[in-house]
Write a protein that binds this ligand. Sequence first.
Ligand code: PLP
Length: 366
Amino acid sequence: MTSMTMTPAAPTNVDRDWVHWAIGRIEADFTRSADTHLLPVPIPALPDVALYLKDESSHPTGSLKHRLARSLFLYALSNGWLHRGCPVIEASSGSTAVSEAYFARMLGLPFIAVVPANTAPEKIAAIADLGGGAHPVKDARTIYTVAEDLARTSGGHYMDQFTFAERATDWRGNNNIAESIYSQMAREPHPVPAWIVCGAGTGGTSATIGRFARYHRHTTQVCVADPAASVFHRHWHDRTVDTCEGPTSLIEGIGRPRVEPSFVPGVVDRMVVVSDAQSIAAARAISRRMGKLCGGSTGTNIWACAQLASEMARAGQAGSIVSILCDSGERYRSSYFDDVWIARQGLDLAPHEIAIERFLDHGTLD
Ligand SMILES: Cc1ncc(COP(=O)(O)O)c(C=O)c1O
């Protein structure tokens, strides 16, 4: 538990210089940064269906949340919500917090992340390495109110990714993840993907991709791969359902017990429900194939991609599927890649690992 003492004075316009300086710092960092790679995932058994992974783990802060954190800081600065010395507070499953700690340090702002107590210790360490603090809470459902309270008592700003992710990200372009995917697919045999598959935590990524595809009049369909314990697929089928009880998913970053404001079901064409065991089995299998550890939500994506690719092959449909390698599996060595931890969760991965290996080798899940 980290305590905040100083309460900076209310911002005045003279702080405009500081806002300009801060935006300049972020833009300079962006100019120094390269875009992330688009990696083909060979499925020799399916010559007409091409699969790709957008490797967001290669961002400076190791996940797709690097883009979001940059957008949230620029949005807050441009709204006059941040000023010199102002503490920044966020509610996060960890990935966003790591990325926001990076930008907060760049601007000399104190940063605190309110995180579920079972967040991977590797992520807590990464937040601390970037000068941020973590405020663990037992009940993951309280992260929002605890963050709001902390912002109020510290005179800081609650960044609130769940509300502002879909607003802070420019869905028309401006190097959002969708624009990057389409430009990197331009010379591929099927440059306009039949499907783009992603998960939903805030819902910002699926909202951005869905809006971009429609705005640019692409025929691409968007599929959200959702953990079984999540409310998103229930809400997509029945808009009157906006919360779900019971244990939350073990897959960090995706799947929520309540429908988040940044989830835009209208731009999602399909939802695929994936069990935690299937996600972790697929994360392990794709890590072996790619020669690098991939996080759990990447496994969730791969399981949904396998289902769609098998269906396309059965229907004789040629085309490409693009999905996201959301973060590195290095952060989950003590969980998804630890057999003792898996046993403690009572998960049996074997049948799912066999199924996903069968897909990667022979192009069919079943
Ligand atoms: C590892 C990981 N994958 C996927 C997502 C989902 O992204 P979004 O919040 O844009 O829906 C998150 C979100 O926190 C994440 O941390």
